[in-house]
Design a protein around this ligand. Sequence first.
Ligand SMILES: Nc1ncnc2c1ncn2[C@@H]1O[C@H](COP(=O)(O)OS(=O)(=O)O)[C@@H](OP(=O)(O)O)[C@H]1O
Ligand SMILES: Nc1ncnc2c1ncn2[C@@H]1O[C@H](COP(=O)(O)OP(=O)(O)O)[C@@H](O)[C@H]1O
Length: 673
Amino acid sequence: MSPAVPQHCPSPRELDDLELLTSGALAPLTRFDEPGSPITLTLPDDVRLAAVEAGAVEIVDPEGLPLARVAVPGGGIEALTHAQYGPFRDHYLTPAQVREAYPGRTFVPVAGPITSSQLEELSSRGSLALVALVGAGTPSLSPVALLRATRLAAARLPDAVVVAVPLATHGDADADHALGVQVLATYAGADPVYALAETEDDEFPDDIAAVIDFDQPPADERGLVLFFTGLSGSGKSTLARALMDRILEQGTRTITSLDGDVVRRNLSAGLTFSKEDRETNIRRIGWVAAEISRHGGLAVCSPIAPFAETRDQVRAMVDEAGGAFFLVHVATPLEECERRDRKGLYAKARRGEIPEFTGISSPYEIPTDAGVVVDTTGRTIDDALDDVVQALKTSGYLDLSVVEPNPPVVEPGGAPATPSSVVEPGGAPATPSSVVEPGGAPATPSSVVEPGGAPATTVSKPADLTANPTPEPTQGAAPVVEPPDAEGEGVSKPLNVLFVCTANICRSPFMQLAAEHHAAGDPTLAFDSAGTHGFRAHEMDGVMAATLTPRGISGVEAFKSKPLTRDHLAWADVVLVAENDHRSFILSEYPEVFRKVFTLGQFAAASAEHDLRGADLLHDLGQTRGVADPALDVADPYRRGDEAAEAAATQIDTLVQQVVSALSSHHLFGKEA
Ligand SMILES: Nc1ncnc2c1ncn2[C@@H]1O[C@H](COP(=O)(O)OS(=O)(=O)O)[C@@H](OP(=O)(O)O)[C@H]1O
Ligand SMILES: Nc1ncnc2c1ncn2[C@@H]1O[C@H](COP(=O)(O)OP(=O)(O)O)[C@@H](O)[C@H]1O
């Protein structure tokens, strides 16, 4: 009897590639794993072994429907069936079908929503076939939104049809471009291909803008997974519960709780505390949480989750589902958890009665990517919770400070109650908060067992700067009263200004420090900076830094560079970049922020023509922003000598002064208010 052909459900990218291979869209390519081709199929070791033995692997979709048989080795494909479902399936046509149905048209590749000016450009180009490139990993819109937007564009053109082609991205822009050209040529056959010009214009017809808005909700409307990790007894459940109460009191979101103990009694009943079972447990929690986030829901998870790799997997699952993942490391040291020993488990573990107990005989790997680190030792629950609430607010995901005014709470007996403040046994005065700064300020020390189960040691959290999603304003934390006509009347919030250049070591640090200098403690403004390809934790470039002192600008010693993340953008009310290229980069990677990204020169020029200031100015410019004149760019002075640095410094200093003065509301609503 010949060995059974194993089944395998590949990644979304590989499924898209399979569809293109079997439809003939990648002709002359017809198989996986041709030398030098990005169209590859990776099999897990056990599947590969079985496939080699059987001579083939059967590719199935996520629901187990066999799609194709792939020869192993060799990669040759025998198609079994095509995917027959999915939104707008009728638009998914093979090149042969397209050439038969739509001959004589001009073929237009569409990778993002078509703008108003592009529509105008297309309206005079005759009969069109808009080819929407909707594969896995497409950067701008989700596949279904790109198809919706392209259909709306087609309806606005005199004669256009829409074809969907699942061309996935392969992590290499050049290879993807070459594939795109090849696929378009195959679809067009003898007909012309017309590539839309890149446009700085980001105005869309209302119906297309609505599709974009629905697909890219603002940070505080996205699905959110709040993931508490830490040792048993560290305070995960207590803090998670208190946070959920606060969210429910605010009344803007519903919540699903996935507490460690509760999950183990239900979803993960029967699992042990072996490494393998813990990983299964966390992946189950992650899967459910990601599905909740897919629909804009909020999941609060509080398992120990001791392994970095599994936490990363959860982050990736949530990311794939379009949700935001926010990691809270409850870093209460082992000694304190053991002192609490609420369930008596540590004592048992010390006596050897519980094998593989986290912190005693099983490792806990300290997160280096937490959004906030909280040590609850000697603090009230409310105080520790405030760290989490503050970090969430800074991240842009959840702002719990906007609440309806509370009626006074009256104690039995009639006296007004003092604010609730639960002090635990042994509860000493609060220690300072340890929100992780973008600059990677070390957290309070936390005791951990290192991987491998070595005895607990006291370590400081590594100064990780990569994935920190909580840019902290460098000043302006003091509350201000908003202009009476601004949104959120009476709510305290500075305007957050993010400066961006390439590496975050020359121009954008100068912008940030100069802005802080000119704002002179203005509480209505907060500043930060990052680089599109930012170095991590570098000092400012020495040549550029030398231009600061003669201008009386300080703060360079504390400065550390960082790469730009989505979370920095979420934090910012306005993003001011050095050059047009930075703007294009941000718009292609994070199209949802298009209303708030300007070049510094563009913003300064536009604000000079305005009477409005502060939030009103931002709002108005967000609606009417035009093309950024490249002549207003701040050229890169890096490694171009003292003169270039001095010229950039002078240019930036002037522009920043204008911007600070235009954005400040201090003279109106600051100290005097
Ligand atoms: N061996 C061992 N190690 C750690 N914890 C143990 C163990 N055995 C039982 N318990 C109890 O189970 C709770 C942790 O379960 P989790 O699902 O959160 O753990 S894990 O994430 O799968 O590692 C944990 O609850 P919390 O105190 O809420 O964290 C413990 O009460
Ligand atoms: N500031 C604090 N924050 C959270 N828990 C605290 C704090 N101070 C003391 N505790 C106590 O520590 C214990 C934490 O237990 P729990 O929340 O179940 O932890 P975990 O879910 O991490 O196992 C509770 O008894 C809680 O009352």
